[in-house]
Structure formats: structure tokens, C-alpha cells
Design a protein around this ligand. Sequence first.
Ligand code: HEM
Length: 127
Amino acid sequence: RKYTIPYEELGAEKLSELINAFYSRVAKHPLLIPIFPEDLTETIRKQIQFQTQYLGGPNLFSEEHGHPMMRARHMHFKITPDRAQAWLECMAEAMDEVGLDGKFREVYYKRLVMTAHHMVNAPNDEE
Ligand code: HEM
């Protein structure tokens, strides 16, 4: 079976829908609101650039912003295990909303789980 680039399988339009659906949830999540800017326009734009290259499409993020160094770029924020979970929940719901399913969704989501866990840089807050 021929190998298809995930970015091509998903398509630019679907990716844009996914990332917009994702950030509408981030904007409402009590654990995520405090660390994200109020205006998510630029965040959405950068995330679409990043996911494009993460899925094997053109290197839009690196061309404009340099090496991704994603963990380093997240060091300014307290990324706790609970926040990583919240991020992933917003993503799973966004995937439901735009109708991603099957093997594609499974593989993409698993990869995001690994990346999200890699981003964790602080323990959960004490209750
Ligand atoms: C930027 C939080 C996981 C990719 C950001 C920003 C925050 C954040 C607060 C800054 C937003 C802004 O100022 O515009 C989190 C949290 C995560 C997480 C809580 C939970 C684990 C991820 C993952 C990816 C990712 C898994 C990629 C697969 C990005 C990108 C940016 C970003 C591309 C823009 C970087 C830039 O400004 O140059 N994230 N993030 N993040 N995040 Fe995350």
C-alpha cells in the first residue's frame, strides 16, 4: 500500500477546522485560560503552521519562526500533568467535532499524547 503524507490525507482545510475547534475549547477550559492569551488569533495561526509540518507538510512553522524546540518554547508556561490532560481533552473533542476518526485519528492522537507528555515541566498544584 502506498504511503500517504498525513498532512495530505487530512487536508489544509480540515486542519484549519480542527485547530479552530481546538482553540474554542482551550478558550473555555478553566485550567488553560490562565496561560493562554485572550486573543488566540496568532496562536491559531502558529499552531496551523506547526501542525502542517508535524504532519509531514511544508515546513511553514520553521520557515517563519526557526527551529520548533517545542519543549523550550513551553518553558515560560507551567505545563502540569493536569494541563497536558486538559489540552488533550480539548483536542479529542475537537477531533470529534470535525469528524476525524479511524486509523488516521488514532495515530495522530497517540502522537499528540506523546508530545503533550514531553511538554510537561511542572508538577500539579497542591490542592
Ligand atoms: C504555544 C500551552 C502542548 C504546540 C503554546 C502557548 C501555550 C501553550 C500557553 C503560548 C500561546 C501563545 O502565547 O500564543 C500548551 C499546553 C500544552 C501544550 C498547556 C499541554 C501539554 C502542545 C503540543 C503541541 C504544542 C502537544 C504540539 C503538538 C504549540 C505551538 C505553539 C504553542 C506550535 C506556538 C509556539 C510559538 O509561539 O512559537 N502552548 N501547549 N503545544 N504550542 Fe502548546
